[in-house]
Design a protein. Structure first.
Length: 314
């Protein structure tokens, strides 16, 4: 069996306070990320996303539970050596060029000088910054700094890369460039763990996502699983379905006509077959049957509203 890139069991983090109540940022969290996935961590401000990433990287000590990176317990240097990290609000020394920045961070990761020098150009080229290698970072735009941050995170060729808000404050062109960098990383077999507020970006590239709220997992699954509107289908047909609409309506909780067909809400998945039978018996051709999808943003808001309606969370 392949070792999980991340395996988290009952992970808890409680921040003590001198005044007022303690803050439980993570509550017995259980999570698994398979190697080779682009994994998205979603949640509102204060959900515990950054605390989780910092705990996994050994920056913050957990209060309870356990976690492993490729089978090695977090906190050990051997676990961190296989990871790269782009913090949400990173700062590079403005007096360093891009090349000097990578050389500095490569040295911190223990890379030999000869290896650092040999890899700088390729790393900068991979993020579209090669022609800017000798320019000091204080002259960089937000998007350029983000791309340099990703280059820094992957410079030592880690197996697992944590990206905390990688496209925050970046314009659409820059977001597309960063998205392509992430996809290329994944094509080369790397596991990418993304913490982001930009749900549309996550929806485009992530294989699997989890929604975190108040330190707890509310929902987890693939994009397809999470964005499917349960029991709703669009039937595109050839011909007039009018003669059999009475039978179709009897199977549906709701049905509405659309151009070239109709949309039906069904209590059971097997009712799709019953509608197909009715259409065929009436001589109506079926062009397509498509499950209705909602956007990841719509699903995200709905999940948070449902959780809030249960009470106990802000």
């Amino acid at each position: 069996m392949e070792t999980a890139a991340l395996n988290i069991e009952n992970l808890t983090k409680t921040y003590k306070a001198w005044l007022g109540p303690q803050i439980q940022a993570l509550k017995e969290l259980n999570l698994k990320v398979d190697p080779g996935q682009i994994f998205g961590l979603l949640g509102p401000n204060g959900a515990g996303k950054t605390t989780l990433v910092k705990t996994l990287l050994g920056i913050v000590a957990p209060t309870g539970g356990a976690a492993e990176i490729f089978g090695v317990p977090i906190g050990r240097p051997a676990a961190r050596r296989r990871t790269g990290y782009l913090p949400e609000d990173h700062r590079f020394p403005g007096y360093l060029t891009a090349a000097a920045t990578l050389d500095f961070y490569g040295a911190l990761s223990g890379m030999p000088r000869s290896e650092r020098k040999a890899k700088i150009d390729a790393a900068l080229d991979s993020v579209g910054l090669l022609k800017w290698k000798k320019v000091k970072t204080r002259k960089y735009s937000k998007g350029m700094k983000q791309r340099l941050g990703i280059a820094q995170a992957i410079f030592h060729d880690p197996d697992l890369v944590f990206l905390d808000e990688p496209t925050d404050g970046v314009d659409p062109v820059g977001r597309k460039a960063i998205r392509e960098i992430i996809l290329d990383l994944n094509r080369r077999g790397r596991t990418v763990f993304i913490n982001s507020h930009l749900l549309s970006e996550v929806e485009m590239i992530c294989h699997r996502v989890v929604i975190l709220h108040a330190g707890e997992v509310l929902r987890e699954g693939t994009i397809q699983e999470l964005t499917r509107s349960e029991g709703e289908y669009v039937f595109c047909v050839r011909g007039d379905p009018g003669p059999c609409m009475g039978g179709i309506k009897a199977l549906c909780t709701a049905v509405s006509g659309i151009d070239g067909g109709f949309k039906a809400s069904l209590p059971r998945e097997e009712d799709v077959d019953a509608i197909v039978d009715l259409l065929r018996k009436s001589g109506i051709g079926i062009r397509s049957i498509t499950p209705v999808k909602v956007s990841l943003e719509e699903m995200f808001i709905k999940v948070l509203e449902e959780d809030g309606a249960k009470g106990g969370r802000p």
